[in-house]
Write a protein that binds this ligand. Structure first.
Ligand code: FEO
Length: 443
């Protein structure tokens, strides 16, 4: 029985995506307690065009929705803007129903269509900037490589000024009956899920995301239809602005302390650092126990917090394994706008401190203080040193450099100055491009 119907966007465009509430962990790594939507769109007219597919787990809902619009008529074209399986694995059921559909994609997608699904024929390849006339509709395609796969592209409908943006401008979070931005409270219910999505999925390729936004410069956009999250018909500028802030890693004046602790001593160190930070006047200090936090939440907090302090005990002459996992995730992020320090604990042999140092060297971290390493419970002088670490971090975040005497910023020749951000992801050209885009593109 067909119970779910497509949602009309305009006379010739329908939302035919579906929600996934059954998948606890996205891509086997990232918790999605609020679910996720796999969005697809159907353009109707003298030709029926399907814009991206869904994951195979929701194929029935997806196919039911197509049928609710066009009945037994065929889908003539399938556009694959992005072939990652959350948007393409439904192709088997889809092609069983529409075997004569012509697939529009780019050369890189063609290869993956074969490797993933053994699909080799009825393919129309498009190139960057190419426009196709498909019945009474026109679509222009722009390549957006590495946002976030090499084959990623977007499609633009010039007649209606609609951008089909694939993962760009997407979000975690099922749609809960809503489809449009004017039907939700974005800041309350979807901003964090958008941040988690961007940072964990696209974060490493933030510069490519800026390139993609810049590439659309001069195109008038009335509506954005991404493959996750809501359709932006009222205020597309809001999601563009949100994405630009994320892509440029705009941070908040907050201190984030992430610790792991086996018997409470490293936890005590974290609390002493927080105490010192608060004494120095910083208003927001976030403390996270790594053992009870999803890694995608921690990576998101790191991306958004200007100051980050990491702490862990030594385990088997190395670092507490949950912290090792976080460091590996952070290594992928290319974050450039944070101020860092770290602390560790051990009983008879160090190890965590060495792993932290390697990590900080690897990411070229802007270190504010020397690290602290101690055995067991912090004694009085060590407690004061930990409070001082917190104070210095707070001062650096708030830009109070005069009191700072850490070895990093006060030794001559150091390029990292607490309170001032090192090289931004957004260079001057990108900044101008994005500024121009935001002022000229979105009405
Ligand atoms: Fe939503 Fe990159 O797939």
């Amino acid at each position: 029985m067909n119970t779910l119907k497509a949602r009309k966007i305009n006379d010739n465009l329908f939302y035919i995506g579906a929600d996934d509430r059954d998948l606890p962990i996205f891509e086997g790594m990232l918790a999605i307690p609020k679910g996720v939507s796999y969005n697809s769109y159907l353009i109707t007219g003298s030709s029926n065009i399907c814009m991206d597919l869904t994951k195979n787990t929701v194929s029935k809902d997806f196919l039911d929705k197509i049928k609710s619009v066009i009945g037994s008529n065929p889908v003539d074209y399938l556009v694959i803007n992005h072939i990652e399986p959350d948007h393409s694995s439904g192709i088997v059921e889809f092609m069983a129903r529409y075997p004569n559909v012509k697939i529009i994609c780019n050369k890189k997608t063609t290869k993956l269509l074969d490797r993933y699904y053994d699909v080799k024929s009825n393919i129309i390849e498009v190139t960057d900037g190419e426009t196709l006339e498909l019945g009474d509709h026109k679509l222009t395609f722009f390549m957006t490589p590495m946002v976030h796969w090499p084959e990623s592209m977007v499609a633009y409908c010039p007649d209606n000024k609609i951008l089909f943006s694939q993962d760009i401008f997407g979000s975690f979070g099922a749609l809960n009956g809503s489809v449009f931005d004017d039907e939700i409270d974005f800041d309350k219910d979807y901003l964090r899920e958008t941040q988690r999505y961007f940072i964990n999925i696209v974060g490493k390729y933030a510069k490519c995301a800026i390139d993609a936004v810049g590439k659309l410069n001069g195109i008038e956009i009335d509506m954005i239809c991404p493959v996750h999250g809501v359709v932006w018909r009222k205020d597309p500028g809001k999601i563009i602005d949100t994405y630009v802030k994320l892509a440029t890693q705009e941070t908040l004046n907050e201190l984030l302390i992430i610790y792991g602790s086996m018997y409470g001593n490293t936890k005590k160190m974290a609390e002493l650092i927080a105490e010192g930070a608060s004494q120095a006047g910083i208003k927001t200090v976030k403390i996270r126990d790594i053992s009870f936090s999803d890694v995608s939440e921690l990576v998101t907090d790191c991306w958004l917090s200007k100051g980050i302090v990491l702490g862990a005990p030594t385990f088997d002459s190395s670092i507490f394994p949950p912290m090792a996992n976080l460091l590996e995730h952070l290594r992928h992020q290319n974050m450039k706008n944070n101020l860092w320090t770290y602390f560790s604990n051990y009983s008879w042999n160090g190890g965590a401190d060495k792993v932290f140092k390697e990590f900080m060297d690897c990411i070229d971290a802007n270190l504010v203080t020397d690290p602290i390493k101690l055995i067991g419970f912090p004694k009085e002088d060590e407690s004061e040193a930990l409070r001082d670490m917190g104070r210095k971090m707070a001062e650096a975040i708030l830009g109070k450099k005069e009191d700072c005497n850490c070895s990093c910023c006060c030794n001559s020749g150091c390029k990292n100055v607490p309170g001032e951000l090192s090289e931004s992801i957004l260079n001057k050209d990108h900044y101008e491009l994005v500024k121009k885009f935001l002022s000229e593109t979105v009405k």
